[in-house]
Design a protein around this ligand. Structure first.
Ligand code: SF4
Length: 350
């Protein structure tokens, strides 16, 4: 039986994607689905969700909001572990930060995942499965999705694109494009593949972190492969809807990228890109810190410099730092050992 008939005709697709059903003791009659349809489905497919094997919670710092930031560790069928993070946002909304790879080969110097190296890409099922597990198994109410967990999404762009199709399918998870953001370190070929999806309402953010090649080379090895001008051209060519705002993420590293000349370089980089919003993310030191976390006065000072350059700026509140679930802190030591023992890909330059 064709996948389409199984999915849409019998109403199985919503049961899988909204409720994570069809596992174990699923009773078709209870859900108005014929046993024959379910049996046919089971003869073709197996539903095996990622297994939550642990979580760490960071208590809320907000006096009026007791929701926690939660990092959940999920085990894949081949015994590897990935992480997704539930991030409470304003107005009672929640964002789920998703992984696209086990580890990452881009080796950004400020990032814990980058220290692991790449073990493998996540499959489409594993990318989507993080959302299904979060909603159906953990009972988390998810409003928005951001691809900012382990891995570089555009280094696994084919699977990312198919996962986006599934995540937005109205019969299932039905996430609106505007509720999804893909964050990339800038792989021009990946950007042009993503552009072909023509998800014009989807958010896009670029991890800039330094706006001169000389400085970016030092903290993001990917910059030696794709120079800033090439990435800037790809971002300019990316199809945008009216009112589109490109987010430029800037991990603030005291003594590394917080000079007034850095703010000027950010402004020069942003100028041809239309509307932008600079997200200043105070550095979260990991196990082998590149530098210390910036003080509040340093964050404020750099924000003022950016604003003086005419840029729109927002400081992203650091959530999950105490449980290693904040930006750039995902990764675990076991994965590093596996990668080392198997001589897997720890890339310097793509
Ligand atoms: S910041 Fe992103 S792209 Fe860079 S090493 Fe970490 S996970 Fe990979």
């Amino acid at each position: 039986m064709a996948r389409r008939n199984l999915a849409s005709g019998a109403g199985i697709w919503p049961k899988i994607y909204r409720e994570g059903l069809l596992e174990g003791t699923f009773c078709p009659k209870r859900y108005g689905i014929s046993s024959a349809s379910v049996d046919a489905w089971r003869s073709h497919f197996m539903l095996q969700l990622l297994e939550p094997v642990g979580h760490v919670d960071e208590p809320s710092q907000h006096p009026m909001d007791d929701r926690q930031t939660v990092k959940v560790i999920l085990r894949t069928n081949d015994g590897l572990e990935i992480e997704s993070v539930l991030i409470p946002m304003s107005k009672g909304r929640n964002t789920l930060c998703l992984s696209t790879q086990v580890g990452c080969r881009l080796a950004c110097q400020f990032c814990e995942t980058g220290k692991i190296g790449l073990l493998r890409n996540l499959t489409v099922e594993e990318i989507v499965g993080q959302v299904v597990v979060a909603q159906a198994k953990l009972g988390w109410p998810i409003n928005n999705l951001v691809f900012m967990g382990m891995g570089e999404p555009l280094d696994n762009v084919e699977n990312l694109v198919q996962a986006l199709r599934v995540l937005t399918d109205p019969r299932g998870l039905s996430f609106g494009q505007a509720r999804i953001t893909v964050c990339t370190s800038g792989i021009p070929t990946g950007l042009s593949t993503l552009a072909k999806l023509r998800f014009r309402r989807m958010g896009l953010s670029f991890s800039l972190n330094a706006a001169t090649d000389a400085k970016r080379d030092l903290i993001m090895p990917i910059n030696r492969r794709y120079r800033l001008k090439e990435v800037q051209d790809a971002l300019q060519a990316y199809p945008k809807r009216d009112g589109f705002v490109l987010a430029l993420n800037y991990c603030l590293l005291p003594g590394v990228n917080d000079d007034p000349s850095d703010a000027q370089a950010v402004a020069a980089f942003a100028k041809p890109l239309g509307r932008t919003l600079v997200n200043v993310i105070p550095y979260n030191p990991g196990t082998h810190p590149l530098t210390r976390a910036p003080r509040q006065d340093e964050v404020d000072g750099f924000v003022t410099q950016l604003k003086d350059e005419g840029l729109a700026v927002r400081v992203r509140q650091t959530k999950g730092r105490s449980v290693m679930a904040a930006c750039g802190q995902l990764g675990n030591l076991e994965l590093k050992k596996i990668r080392r023992n198997n001589h897997l890909d720890r890339l310097t330059v793509l």
